[in-house]
Design a protein around this ligand. Sequence first.
Ligand code: NAG
Length: 203
Amino acid sequence: MWFPLLLLVSIGAAVQSDSVEDVFKAHNVVPDVIPVAPNQLLKVTYNNGLVAENGVELTPTQVKDQPLVEWSADPNDFYTLVMTDPDAPSRADPKFREFKHWVLVNIAGNDVSTGEALAEYIGSGPPKDTGLHRYVFLLYKQPGKLQFDGARVSNRSRRNRPKFHVARFAEHHQLGNPVAGTFYQAQYDDYVPKLHQQLAEEN
Ligand SMILES: *[C@@H]1O[C@H](CO)[C@@H](O)[C@H](O)[C@H]1NC(C)=O
């Protein structure tokens, strides 16, 4: 009874984790965002049950609230989680590459609630007529608990969000290559003006 079921589950997991690298390369997340792809799929689930994986298209309305992010971790390790959009303001002309959506550091194991928010989560806000943007989630395993200087950015501010470079951030803090990742894509919908209004509430 149990054996065939377990076998199926493990085959499914192996196929999925092999594909992160392929999907990142097929959509140029490698090299546009990072030079080396992670080999583990990061599980990102929005509150409507939608899973952000394989570059699936989701709408700004569907991703407006912070998702559940899951991975297997040693509880003694610390992690950094980043969500970034390399296609700002558009994939065709990414002059503000990247737009920082979410940066959590010093996450104890996989307990996301323990993370310090350097930048609070904001969903997708791709401007009208700028096509599909890629929203990339990356998980880094830190060498230990780290000190991160600089101002924190709330979910009501754009400050320090444009022209972010996750690869440089990781290099600066000696985080190595990401251990897990995933991404989805989104284009404009009528939630976007609301998000832009929210981001103008603070400087
Ligand atoms: C913004 O972040 C605060 C926590 O700092 C949270 O309570 C609030 O729901 C967030 N707002 C939105 C619109 O996501």
